[in-house]
Design a protein around this ligand. Sequence first.
Ligand code: HEM
Length: 416
Amino acid sequence: MTSTPTERAPERAQAQALLLQILDPANRADPYPIYARFREHGPFLAPKANLAVFSAYRDCDEILRHPSSSSDRLTSTVAQRQIAEGAEPRPFGPPGFLFLDPPDHTRLRRLVSKAFVPKVVNALQPDITTMVDELLDTIAENGQFDVIRDFAYPLPVAVICRLLGVPLEDEPKFSHASGLLAQALDPFVASDSESDDLVEERMRAHRWLRNYLRGLIERRRSRPGDDLMSRLVAVEESGDQLTTDEIVATCNLLLIAGHETTVNLIANAILAMLRHPPQWTALGADAGRAPAVIEETLRYDPPVQLVGRIAADDMTIGDTVVPKGDTMMMLLAAAQRDPAEFDRPDTFEPDRGTLRHLSFGRGAHYCLGAPLARLEAAVALSAVTARFPHARLDSEPLYKPNVTLRGLSALTVVVS
Ligand code: HEM
């Protein structure tokens, strides 16, 4: 194996300590100095854990596009070992296609992608505008708002429920499950550090959400609606392209993606602009600036901080060799502040021009919801800045414990 600096024992111990710091909730508010130190170290290999961690833009970009990068966790050496020891391979049925490789990934993605093409998404704009205006009316009455509870969370949730055909009145029940399942995307969950109670609670949430979706799907069979779930049921009934388990897994994936990502884009952009007030004023005066603010927020403070892949073959990334079966963790949030790729990477600068961030991933698994997330954020951010030109922060931001889907739990803003 080619030698890299972090394979030497002292450096490896240091990189391991940094990894633990990333996982530490105390660092959630500002993990960026830790990411910077990670980047300075170069790729970190933990052969005993069958793990390689990458933080340079060039490496993350290459792995995401690499034909030997697998998204199916079952192909990992660690999973294979657990299966050999008696673990059930997929206790909850097939995973969402985010965690599948071709041909299943290709087939399922193709079926769902029709619901997310720009023409379909753009048709949602009037509804999204109405929802945003209603939320802003309530905020205006109160004179202040919690960015998550009163604005950034209700909007994407209502939109994904409408798209899928999930009744919004059931939302409180599944928002709890969605939150727990989002945590399951963190590295090393279900490791020894987690309490049995938490693992059991997450398993219960998983079972509950799947049963809930299964019930809705059954109802769509007799009474189809004009929604994605009904269309998937129609595909299933027209042939053998899709099983009920696959519809459940797909709706589960979309529901969680709709609940746990766009909220953080909207909230992170509000926080960044209120910390740079001229940006808030400029967007309020010119809605055409929304795409620049959104793309820079995605780079500067991304809602998805890391993604994973499994090496389907021995792979060489830069001068690092990753053995077949090892898990590769890509710290996107570190890569997007890589000075080798971006000038002044730690500065929030919406006017920096075209940027090739990795926030929606790259390659075969590129985010299907990107046009929807961009539209929701553009409507929400241009409206809130125009309506409340004198908004200001009134609290320190509080963060959820999540590492991968990092985001605020609360942030008070005064608008009058
Ligand atoms: C700002 C908001 C969002 C961000 C930052 C984001 C980020 C990402 C990223 C990084 C990936 C690739 C993961 C990987 O390569 O392993 C991804 C995939 C995906 N996203 Fe998003 N996402 C967002 C919003 C949404 C929304 C609103 C939806 C749909 C409701 C959605 C649906 C999906 C799906 C279905 C995939 C899997 C694509 C595939 O495997 O082919 N995303 N997203």
